[in-house]
Design a protein around this ligand. Structure first.
Ligand code: 8YV
Length: 332
């Protein structure tokens, strides 16, 4: 730990909102990334040699090799983000390093984005706007059979992962008249099921075969990697839509792209991709895919709240207490 006169060194790997950086400067010897250029593994290793706390984001790979190069004074990884699949939690634990994240504050924003995609794909929003904005194409005017999408009211929504975000999606979807179905490691409480009028499926396979729209809202862990495998994607109805605002790795992206191209899946709304920032070109080429560059929690309010959570976790830890958002591998 730093002495009473010296502020702790906190390395922040990406540019954060101004208000967050200002507060970090006041509290810590904050090493900020003003250019917001993603740091290489070598740059991360160099910075982590002298840091007391590391604040990474989803774009940093905090793996075993990197952690082994940390200086012995580095005892906290305060992730700016809820998903911690970018961090080797087991190695951190073995080295006595605490990991925290930022749960809760991005729930509503991510659920909004999920709902936006649930609406955008069946109703062809991106296609419609692209057409009007393309000056090479001419809109001849309204026609009764033109740009027809599909109604979402009354359809079945299957939510994979009924945690905070899954439930927030269900609340919104219910207001739009969708029937809520879900698959989760554990069944949620009866109260929540009743509030959401949600049907639990113990068997993911059986749920998949019956859904009109699927929403992925579970974390990426070794157990959920390619949960929607080629075999499972084939269980979907050809009229089904897939929405993913969680992590790309949960879906076999190549197979999804192939099936959409072949007309075996009706379309997809994707905010996350398996090999970010790369996106399968077949997905980008398809009119039936609405693709967004990982914007689920991208609101000014959300990012400030995330920064505030990071600061609270660091402060609490440095004051000798258990930080509120400590994560353990067993939680995922
Ligand atoms: C963040 C996210 O933008 O928090 C998460 O898990 O996926 C995103 O909403 C990103 O992870 C920040 O590191």
């Amino acid at each position: 730990m730093p002495t009473a006169h010296k502020k702790p060194v906190v390395v922040v790997t990406r540019k954060l909102p101004d208000a967050v950086e200002t507060r970090m400067r006041e509290l810590f010897d904050a090493r900020l990334n003003v250019d917001d250029k993603a740091m290489s593994q070598a740059e991360l290793a160099e910075a982590a040699k002298t840091a007391h706390v590391l604040v990474p984001t989803v774009t940093d790979r905090i793996d075993r090799s990197l952690i082994s190069q940390f200086g012995p004074q580095l005892k906290l990884i305060a992730n700016f983000g809820t998903g911690v699949d970018n961090i080797d939690l087991d190695t951190a634990r073995v080295r006595g390093i605490i990991v925290t994240n930022t749960p809760g504050v991005l729930t509503e924003d991510t659920a909004d984005m999920t709902m936006a995609l649930i609406l955008a794909v069946p109703r062809r929003l991106a296609e419609g706007t692209a057409l009007l904005k393309d000056t090479r194409r001419h809109w001849p005017g309204w026609s009764p059979t033109w740009m027809l999408g599909h109604r979402i009211y009354g359809k079945r929504l299957g939510i994979i992962g009924m945690g905070r975000i899954g439930q927030a999606v269900a609340r919104r979807a219910k207001a739009f008249g969708l029937q809520i179905h879900y698959h989760n490691r554990r069944r949620v409480s009866e109260d929540i099921e009743q509030e959401l009028e949600a049907t639990y499926w113990d068997s993911l396979d059986q749920m998949l075969a019956r859904m009109d729209i699927l929403s992925v809202n579970c974390p990426h862990t070794p157990a959920t990697y390619h949960l929607l495998s080629a075999r499972r994607l084939k269980l979907l109805k050809p009229s089904a839509y897939v929405v993913n605002t969680a992590r790309g790795e949960v879906i076999d992206e190549n197979e999804l792209a192939r099936m959409i191209e072949a007309g075996a899946i009706a379309g997809a709304g994707l905010d996350v991709f398996e090999h970010e920032p790369a996106v399968n070109p077949k997905l980008l080429a398809s009119d039936r895919v609405v693709a967004l560059p990982h914007m689920g929690s991208a609101t000014v309010e959300g990012r400030v709240d995330m920064g505030e959570k990071v600061i609270i976790n660091i402060k609490t830890f440095l004051d000798g207490h258990n930080p509120p958002d400590r994560v353990h591998a067993a939680m995922f």
